[in-house]
Design a protein around this ligand. Structure first.
Ligand code: KG4
Ligand code: ZN
Length: 361
């Protein structure tokens, strides 16, 4: 296989991003540029992502980001072997921006267009960063998704478990809101928890002990709401104690769910030291990171967490997924339609909360 240089575009939620990656003939990857513009400040006053604002901001920014990504990569458009754009899942108005732009460049340069599943971008990121042979176990924990995937090859995914209600990042954000902390709440809850007493409130451990790899966070969130309602005035110590008790419940649940997912992986693949990959913004949480380390050591898995800027939404992962697909001879027609819902694993039954319309990925 020859070397491939791919431009990747990402506009599925609230990050506008363009990147250029190279896939060497031996399959190794290299990031030539990776530009991300976060729209966080545009959405923060509303406490969440506003689709219309997001789509407009993507339109305004994407051209400039592409130009910057090409300059930083030090190449002209004539050097590109393909253009990859996130085609779903995500907010339709946003998806259309990268799709249109990607198709236009592919048409003008007469190079292949690759429609990328955003979740596949997250799933394949460890292979861009170093040796990571299939099969491996993936946990994706972001603002819109919480799922275990068995990754057996490009396009070969089996969902081992998913949230049946809220995503994990969403649970952090909602608890932050209840505590009067700003959006996005995950880092705020983590910081508050450092000064709190994790034993003060006995929050539920949802699905703990259940013989599957699913998650549920809405009951836990309701329990937090009830506790907060019972305290008309929240002192900063109360906030810290609720945050710490909530985080402890999440950590405990995660350890239990991980044990089930590791067993489910081992039931399918008998590897001496399998790889466990974690992606998504919540992977930044240090308490959870500790749980991953302990549980991987217990179960004989090697933990692989990409650096934070590649765990969260970016276009390098989109370009890389495009490169992996193109290397296998896969590309898409220019009439490929955006897919707001696009589960990675098309075989498993849909579950509420999984790949749903408008979900952040
Ligand atoms: O992957 P991501 O950047 O964006 C998408 O969802 O697409 O993930 C964002 C989510 C937010 O819900 C945010 O609150 C959460 O990740 N998050 C965290 C932490 N940092 C970000 N949650 C818990 N602890 C953190 N340190
Ligand atoms: Zn994502």
């Amino acid at each position: 296989m020859r070397e491939l240089i791919i431009l990747g575009l990402e506009t599925s939620c609230d990050e506008t991003a363009a990147a250029v990656v190279r896939r060497n003939a031996n399959g190794a990857g290299q990031i030539l540029s990776n530009i991300v513009h976060s729209q966080l400040a545009d959405h923060a006053p509303y406490g969440g992502v506003v689709p219309e604002i997001a789509a407009r901001a993507h339109v305004q920014r994407l051209d400039g980001l592409i130009a910057k990504a090409m300059v930083e990569a030090g190449i002209g458009f004539d050097r590109l072997d393909g253009v990859a754009a996130t085609a779903g899942p995500g907010l339709l108005g946003g998806l259309l921006v990268a799709m249109m732009e990607g198709k236009a460049i592919a048409l003008a340069r007469d190079i292949p267009f690759i429609a990328v599943n955003h979740l596949e971008g997250h799933a394949l990121t460890p292979r861009l960063l170093g040796a990571c042979e299939f099969p491996y176990l993936l946990l994706l924990i972001s603002g819109g998704h919480t799922q275990f995937q068995l990754v057996e090859g490009v396009g070969k995914y089996t969902r081992l478990g998913t949230t049946i209600d809220d995503a994990l990042g969403e649970a952090f954000d909602k608890v932050a809101k209840l505590l009067g902390l700003p959006y996005p709440g995950g880092p705020q809850v983590e910081a508050a928890a450092l000064k709190g007493n994790a034993k003060r409130f006995a929050f539920p451990r949802p699905l703990k002990g259940r013989d599957d790899c699913n998650f549920s966070f809405s009951g836990l969130k309701t329990a937090v709401r009830e506790v907060v309602k019972g305290m008309p005035i929240l002192s900063s110590q109360d906030v810290a104690d609720v945050a710490a008790s909530f985080e402890a419940a999440i950590a405990d649940t995660m350890a239990d769910r991980l044990a089930h997912a590791f067993a489910a992986f081992r039931a399918r693949h008998n590897l001496t030291r399998p790889i466990f990959v974690v992606a998504g913004g919540v992977a930044a949480n240090k308490k959870l990171r500790g749980v991953f380390e302990v549980e991987c050591a217990k179960a004989g898995f090697t933990l692989s967490v990409p650096p934070f800027h590649l765990c969260t939404d970016n276009a390098a992962m989109v370009a890389w997924a495009g490169a992996e697909r193109l290397a296998l001879g896969l590309s898409d027609e220019l009439d490929f339609a955006a897919r707001p819902r696009w589960p990675l694993d098309s075989i498993s039954e849909p579950v509420y909360g999984h790949g749903r319309l408008g979900a952040k990925a």
